[in-house]
Ligand binder design. Structure first.
Ligand code: BTN
Length: 246
């Protein structure tokens, strides 16, 4: 694995996508100390604080059919969640498709993007944003009571460099395991970490329709299923999910 650290980038995902298109190899990590235009899911912004946020993107060239690429975000989620639990004795959870939570508060998120899909070496960029050193007052007022950081949870200082390499090694290792044995073991682990399971959710689907129901976990394609109030199981392919009650 090669980690390339930049002092300042608009978005590590943007730079990683450019470098991947130019032929950067599997396992390259683009890390930014300062990220000024971080991208979140669904076109949202992702705010990073220099020295306190981990902002990095891993380039992978999966030996998998392109139709499986969207599942890689779930694989990365399991790898990161397991890594954090192992390394820091936590019990993190996952919120479909890509959020890492602890005790109902968001610790980080993953934004995966794919490229080169019609070429000989398609790639996926797995962008990871983790809250490491934030104090409570460092978070924006809007998310202050919904976000947490590793330092807040562990009540000690954590250096970003302490975990960067180990974190992405875990993702790369899990991905190569998937290439050999398929997704089912990983998805079983994902289901054990599913923080929405059995919860009432409101889903705003990509066609902007609102669906209310109960989250009943992911199917074998990594798609979240919601049983709506009429008992119909609906697939959440993309779109947004809000918890109605804790
Ligand atoms: C989300 O929760 O919506 C996903 C957030 C992903 C943020 C990370 S930070 C590193 C990488 N570069 C980006 O621009 N976004 C991802």
């Amino acid at each position: 694995m090669e980690i390339i650290t930049f002092n300042n980038l608009v978005s590590t995902n943007i730079t990683a996508m450019e470098l991947a298109a130019a032929g950067a190899s599997h396992g390259t990590v683009i890390h930014a100390i300062e990220q000024t235009g971080g991208k979140g899911r669904l076109g949202r912004e992702w705010i990073s604080i220099p020295g306190k946020s981990l902002s990095a993107s891993l380039i992978v060239c999966p030996k998998l059919p392109v139709s499986d690429f969207s599942k890689i975000t779930l694989v990365a989620g399991v790898a990161i969640s397991e890594f954090l639990d192992r390394e820091y004795s936590l019990s993190t959870k996952l919120k479909w498709p890509n959020d890492i939570y602890f005790s109902g508060k968001k610790l980080g998120g993953i934004l995966s993007e794919a490229g080169g899909l019609n070429g000989v070496s398609p790639y996926v960029v797995v962008g990871v944003g983790l809250n490491i050193g934030q104090k409570k007052q460092d978070f924006d007022k809007k998310i202050n009571d919904k976000a947490t950081s590793l330092s807040l949870l562990l009540k000690r200082n954590i250096e970003i460099t302490e975990l960067l390499e180990k974190l992405f090694t875990a993702v790369i290792n899990d991905l190569s395991q998937i290439e050999k044995i398929g997704f089912s073991t990983c998805f079983k682990k994902w289901r054990n970490r599913d923080m929405l399971f059995g919860k009432k959710v409101k889903m705003v689907s990509s066609d902007r329709k609102k669906v209310f129901g109960e989250a009943i976990g992911i199917n074998d394609d990594g798609i979240l299923l919601v049983r709506d109030d009429e008992g119909v199981e609906r697939e959440v392919i993309s779109g947004d999910l809000a918890l109605l009650e804790e």
